[in-house]
Design a protein around this ligand. Structure first.
Ligand SMILES: NC(=O)c1ccc[n+]([C@@H]2O[C@H](COP(=O)([O-])OP(=O)(O)OC[C@H]3O[C@@H](n4cnc5c(N)ncnc54)[C@H](OP(=O)(O)O)[C@@H]3O)[C@@H](O)[C@H]2O)c1
Length: 176
C-alpha cells in the first residue's frame, strides 16, 4: 500500500478513526507523524482534489503537489479566497473538477468529509489509515459504504510514536 493500485485512476486518501471521524471541522483529531509521512510520499508529484475547508486548514498549496479545490463560491480575481492561495485550480462542482483532471493519474482525493462523500461514487480505490479509537463528538465524519467497497488489504496494527495505534487498509470496489 505504498503506491496506487494498477487499475483505476482516482483514489480517496484518508485517516479515520474506528468510528469514522476525520476531523473537528477545522483540523485533524490526532497527530500521527507516520501517517503524515506516508501522505507526503504517496501524494508527492501528484494532483490532489480537496474541499475549501481542508485547504484553509492546510493553509497553503503543499510543495510538489497540484491542488484542485472544490468550492461553491465563485472566486473572483480580487477575492481573498482567490488571492490567498496562488496556484490553486478552483472548481465549483465535482464534474468541473473531474473535467479539469481528466488526464491526471493518479488523482488523490484528500478530503475533507464532504469531499470524500461527494467523490466516493467516482473513486476506484480507498487508502485508509484506521486510527484506533472513537471520536463520537467529531463533526467531520466519513463512513466507507460497505455496499460499494471491500477491504482488499488490511495491514497489521502498528504503534505510533504518538502512542496511538493505527493500521493501513486498501479498499477496492465491489464489482457487480
Ligand atoms: N483525516 C483525514 O484524512 C482528513 C483529510 C482532510 C481533511 N480532514 C478534516 O476534515 C475537516 C474538513 O472537512 P469538511 O467536510 O468540513 O470540509 P471539506 O470537505 O474540506 O470542504 C467542504 C467545502 O468544500 C466545498 N465543496 C464540498 N463539496 C462540494 C461540491 N460537490 N461542489 C462544490 N464545492 C464543494 C464547499 O466549499 P464552500 O463552502 O467554499 O462552497 C464546502 O463547504 C477538517 O477538520 C479537516 O482537518 C481530515
Amino acid at each position: 500500500m505504498t503506491s496506487p493500485p494498477n487499475q483505476g485512476r482516482i483514489g480517496l486518501l484518508l485517516a479515520s478513526s474506528t468510528d469514522g471521524a476525520v476531523g473537528d471541522g477545522r483540523d485533524l483529531l490526532w497527530h500521527l507523524p507516520e501517517d503524515l509521512q506516508r501522505f507526503k510520499s504517496l501524494t508527492m508529484g501528484s494532483t490532489c482534489l480537496l474541499g475549501r475547508r481542508t485547504l484553509e486548514s492546510i493553509g497553503r498549496v503543499l510543495p510538489g503537489r497540484r491542488f484542485v479545490v472544490l468550492t461553491r463560491q465563485r472566486p473572483t480575481p480580487d477575492s481573498p479566497l482567490f488571492t490567498s492561495y496562488p496556484g490553486v485550480i478552483w472548481a465549483t462542482g465535482v464534474e468541473e473538477a473531474l473535467g479539469a483532471t481528466a488526464d491526471v493519474d493518479p488523482l488523490w482525493v484528500i478530503g475533507g468529509a464532504d469531499v470524500y462523500q461527494a467523490l466516493e461514487e467516482r473513486a476506484d480505490w480507498i487508502d485508509r489509515t484506521e486510527v484506533e479509537g472513537t471520536w463520537p463528538e467529531a463533526p467531520a465524519r466519513f463512513t466507507i459504504n460497505p455496499m460499494l467497497w471491500h477491504c482488499e488489504q488490511n495491514g497489521e496494527w502498528q504503534e505510533s510514536r504518538s502512542g496511538l495505534r493505527y493500521r493501513y487498509q486498501r479498499y477496492l470496489r465491489i464489482r457487480p
